[in-house]
Design a protein around this ligand. Sequence first.
Ligand code: GLN
Length: 275
Amino acid sequence: MRALSLTKEIAKQLEPVSDCAAFEARCLLEHFFSLSHNDIYLDKELGEPDLSALNEAVEKRLSYIPLQYILGEWEFMDSTFEVNENVLIPRPETELLCECLAEHIHKESVVYDLCAGSGCIAVSVAKATGAQVYAIEKYVGAFEVLKRNIEKNGADSVVPIQADITRKAPADLPAADIILSNPPYIESAVIPALQREVQCEPLTALDGGEDGLYFYRQIFKNYVLLLKSGGLIAMEIGEGQAESLKSIFDSLHFEKTVYDYNQIPRVVIFRKGKE
Ligand code: GLN
């Protein structure tokens, strides 16, 4: 059996559930047969491979389980992250959040990543800058993935902390130069209408309460007081939330909005004024 014909066969099977069936089929083959892009491109001879794991993966995908959970890992920035049903799948838009304050973060910076989930933000920022990043996550399932992702990526300067951001911040946290967060921000009522794949992701990572803004208010209440004077806070937001964020954070100085690849305001940045 050859790589290319098997990829095409799998792509055909995935078409009913995916708009990018060819890409997904390639990812599955690479994963289950340890192939490179080139192996597929050059149509490597596979002999008579055991297809059981691949077929099982296709079945899962046909029941709308996201590809990333089936593979158990996903790329984000320059690293590979373990992902499972306990964490949100890292999205390309979230890379904007990691990049937008890069020039302000250095080895001596203290950074918080609030609602850290898989740790994709904390680990990427720590790897790129060497900063001390406090990754705060409430849920034990996600917290375990976060710790493994720190280890897997050798991100020694990330400190995982299991804590609930809707409560007062842990007493021993040093003041922050930078706060980053991609909190849950989808309005509760919208969630049942989301794509079936998204519904496989943890509700706790998606649901931002009635107006989607619950966690931003909590961040404002519990964490802005720990931001140093002159410090910056950048948060990922949902479509149409930028103005509401400006009202919630109105005691800070609004710096800028970062737009995503679809020209949607995706990250807002505020500065805590010098007292
Ligand atoms: N910070 C994590 C991420 O961006 C998790 C976000 C969340 O759970 N809402 O992937």
